[in-house]
Ligand binder design. Sequence first.
Ligand code: GDP
Length: 214
Amino acid sequence: MSFRQPLDREQPEGGRLLFAQPCRFVKGAAKASQAPDSDMPEIAFAGRSNVGKSSLINALVSRHTLARASRSPGRTREINFFALSDRLMLADLPGYGYARAPRSEIERWTAQVEAYLTPRPPLVRVMLLIDARRGIKGRDAPVLGLLDATATPYLIVLTKCDKVKKTDLAALIGGIEDGFPGHPACYPAIAATSSRKGTGIAELRAHIAMLASD
Ligand code: GDP
């Protein structure tokens, strides 16, 4: 069996229908223990600060202000939960690894995310966002390690693909795919997206829709 499979084999119609449903802000959780009780499958979005996480969430749900609702002061350090219809919970994790962030802040993020991940049965997939211009960098590596160690399934989602040449993007994707065997919890396909151009958004919606409840 090949490790590599394109994300776009999945059915776009389910994604379109799911993401046409209303999406509402549920709550911000400063501590993992404040995460809402829910029996909906949950998808979390993680990535470095400035990776394009709010732009991607907004592109997915087609609401220009949704992720911003969670951006009021104080909220950016929280895990923000959104319910998509009553079929899926979206969890927007605080951005990590801000270049000027002190080590203590990175440690706090890791502890918060670790606490969130530890017993979180509804969590079916983490979307791990990686800036296509940078690739997987030092600050991402511990996050991959954490997800692999906790057997939390994750999908690598490249952002800002409009900013890189096709050949560079292909090389980046090839390099990440070569690393799949060392990352047991990583889904064996990569989502290449651009929120600005809309690239890869339909495929990502379709992938997420497969994980939603009926
Ligand atoms: P967050 O901090 O991860 O939530 O990142 P934002 O969504 O706020 O985006 C950070 C910056 O990247 C902003 O200046 C966005 O305009 C820019 N950005 C986000 N997505 C894209 C994209 O697909 N293409 C390009 N070229 N820029 C993007």
